[in-house]
Design a protein around this ligand. Structure first.
Ligand code: NAP
Length: 315
């Protein structure tokens, strides 16, 4: 069984930053990633507000650069899924789907995933016109009428991106003002193919084999209408990737060490980025916090890695 000083869960910007700091400080560290190196950034068309890049940089290219820097310091990425964390005598036994590891400290940087709308038709038509990733699926809707649900930075930015391909993009927002930053709003208002449907919610996604339309309800007037579209992109916020924690510390493990979550399932830490379980730290979008940017995710991860190193030195 392999033994590490530090295991980092997740290989998005936060996980890779923690890996760079840990490996550069001489810790034996490994990252574990179950799906996509780079996380949400890997499916972002363009990043405009990460310092050091005066021109917009495609998300996958930013990820590639971070990974090259990680490789240079020698922290490997293991593609695997964590099933359980079992605290054992000031160490943690990690059960992955195909192997077990031992480590002295852990950083959880598993990020967050797009939230679902929870309306009829969404699950059935996922991948058949319902999408959560404009970069992945946008080109499939060339010259088709499509819609985007949400009013935050993600919804508005991705609606502008989708307008390159689609015949028209209807942005459906439940209020009459966008949550997105002013700069992003201005880009959207200047896009002729983008139309706004205010004060409206999607009640049902219609279609047999693929999306054919939406049943909408205006929240102010109560009026119900049908919008004919062939694709719906959903950007209504994020849900934390912390489901694994609910099964990771079993009651029978001897020394349960629960990681405290907020009411939405995001991880609560102290200002050293340590969770309620000593030796388990967290950083990035998985944290309970107000601002989710690449810039603050990497900052938190640098701090978490330094704090984890201090914790390991004190053991
Ligand atoms: P968000 O900022 O939480 O916005 C979610 C949007 O979806 C809000 O407009 C919200 O409406 C709406 N919404 C939530 N639940 C809904 C429901 N059940 N039905 C209909 N609408 C619903 O989420 P996000 O846009 O995914 O962004 C996540 C984080 O990443 C944010 O912190 C954001 O700033 C950041 N981000 C930053 C950038 C950038 O800086 N370029 C780009 C992308 C994301 P209300 O407005 O009424 O609440």
């Amino acid at each position: 069984m392999s033994t590490y000083d530090l295991v980092i869960l997740g290989a998005g910007p936060a996980g890779m930053t923690a890996g760079i700091y840990a490996a550069r400080a001489g810790l034996k560290a490994v990252l574990i990633e179950k799906a996509l190196v780079g996380g949400q950034v890997a499916t972002t068309y363009s990043v405009e507000n990460y310092p050091g890049f005066p021109e917009p940089i495609p998300g996958p290219e930013l990820v590639n650069r971070m990974q090259q820097q990680l490789d240079r310091f020698g922290a490997p990425i293991l593609m695997s899924e964590l099933e359980r964390i079992i605290p054992q005598n000031k160490q943690f036994l990690l059960q992955l789907n195909q192997q077990e590891l031992i480590c002295s400290a852990l950083i959880i940087a598993t990020g967050a995933s797009p939230a679902i709308l929870k309306v009829p038709g969404e699950g059935r038509l996922r991948g058949r016109g319902v999408s959560y990733c404009a970069t992945c699926d946008g080109p499939l809707f060339r010259d088709e009428p499509i819609a985007v649900a949400g009013g935050g930075n993600s919804a508005v930015e991705e609606a502008v991106y989708l307008a390159r391909f689609a015949k028209s993009v209807s942005l459906i927002h439940r209020r009459d003002a966008l949550r997105a930053d002013k700069y992003i709003q201005e880009m959207a208002f200047a896009e002729p193919k983008l139309h706004f449907i205010w004060d409206t919610v999607v009640e049902e996604i219609l279609g047999g084999e693929s999306v054919a339309g939406l049943r909408l309800r205006n929240k102010k007037t109560g009026k119900v209408s049908v919008l004919d579209i062939s694709g719906l992109f959903i950007y209504v916020g994020l849900q934390p990737n912390t489901q694994f924690l609910t099964v990771s510390v079993p009651e029978d493990a001897g020394t349960p060490c629960p990681v405290k979550l907020d009411e939405h399932g995001f991880i609560i830490t102290d200002r050293r980025f340590q969770t309620s379980c000593p030796g388990i730290f967290a950083a990035g979008d998985v944290l309970s916090k107000d601002v989710r940017q690449i810039a603050n995710a990497v900052g938190e991860a640098a701090s978490a890695a330094i704090m984890a190193r201090k914790y390991i030195e004190q053991l």
